[in-house]
Design a protein around this ligand. Structure first.
Ligand SMILES: NC(=O)c1ccc[n+]([C@@H]2O[C@H](COP(=O)([O-])OP(=O)(O)OC[C@H]3O[C@@H](n4cnc5c(N)ncnc54)[C@H](OP(=O)(O)O)[C@@H]3O)[C@@H](O)[C@H]2O)c1
Length: 262
């Protein structure tokens, strides 16, 4: 069900953060497949950019962008001022050491602060830079890749859930601020995509390109809240039906069979 102005990938100019692998790379490939005019494919490691450019040297413009780096964010906004679709995808799960991702067990909150900086503040900063450009370009969309983990706390990834929940709330605020402009502000509550970030043992079924297709289909309908990937819609329904039951189940798993990314 669409609520905002729809946006079509065909003919659009898009910018994708964290485009060098996983979900971000899937977006670049599907944007090209669907006829985007230009795709700014950005990544923090310069050595990953040539492979992205090789996907389509005519339409892919690569930029080095560490989303936590203010000067690089500003340079990207200057270089990609014709963007109408921002896909805010870059993110981190936090330390490979489980205790460091927890609230009480962590040796300090240093890792949690990095997760908050990367998964929330950096995305908000990107919105702050690109929203005025998108408006000046006649309208378009901001698509924040959040996580189904924003809707409850995964206790093995407390800092990640916290940052994603904050991003979900920020996305609503940004949507309100832009509600008189022709800009779709979408939050994607992703689950179950097969990438480096997938927790061990979960065996997610959705490939990044299929996730990108789901999301771009939803954007083309003007959807603001998008549940994409393996099990996302089922989890959403579970959470809505009985949030406390889910919380207790996850607390039990935390001690008996915790999720791991190591
Ligand atoms: N996979 C899932 O099932 C799932 C579920 C829910 C939400 N998500 C979200 O989807 C997004 C993409 O994750 P993924 O699954 O594709 O994981 P991934 O394969 O680990 O990819 C993460 C991407 O983000 C980049 N990145 C991290 N920190 C960055 C920074 N400071 N600046 C720029 N780029 C940075 C990484 O670059 P490097 O290669 O340099 O590390 C990489 O390209 C994340 O926001 C994640 O939270 C994924």
């Amino acid at each position: 069900m669409g609520c905002g102005p729809p946006i079509d990938a065909a003919g659009c100019t898009a910018l994708v953060t964290g485009a060098n692998q996983g979900i971000g790379r899937g977006f670049v490939e599907v944007l090209l497949e669907r006829g985007a005019e230009r795709v700014y494919a950005t990544a923090r490691r310069a050595e990953t950019l040539p492979e992205l450019a090789a996907l389509d040297p005519e339409r892919v413009v690569t930029l080095q962008l560490d989303v936590t780096h203010d000067a690089q964010r500003r340079a990207a906004a200057a270089a990609a001022a014709d963007t109408v679709l921002l896909i805010n995808n870059a993110g981190i799960p936090g330390s490979p050491i489980q205790a460091e991702r927890c609230m009480l067990a962590a040796s300090s909150l240093e890792d949690a602060r990095l997760v908050m900086e990367t998964d929330c503040w950096a995305q908000v900063e990107m919105c702050r830079l690109f929203a005025p450009l998108i408006v000046a370009n006649g309208g378009g969309a901001i698509c924040n890749i959040i996580s189904i983990g924003a809707l409850f706390c995964l206790p093995e990834f407390s800092s990640y859930s916290m940052a994603k929940a904050a991003l979900a709330t920020a996305t609503s605020g940004i949507r309100a601020e832009l509600s008189r402009d022709p800009v779709l502000v979408a939050g994607v509550f992703t689950a179950g995509v097969k990438t480096r970030m997938s927790a061990k043992g979960l065996d997610p079924k959705t490939m990044p390109v299929d996730h990108a297709r789901e999301v771009l289909d939803a954007l083309a309908k003007g959807d603001e809240d998008i549940f994409a990937g393996d099990g996302a819609a089922a989890l959403r329904d579970d959470i809505r039906a009985s949030p406390k039951v889910l919380e207790q189940r996850l607390a039990e798993r935390f001690f008996t069979a915790p999720l791991s990314i190591e």
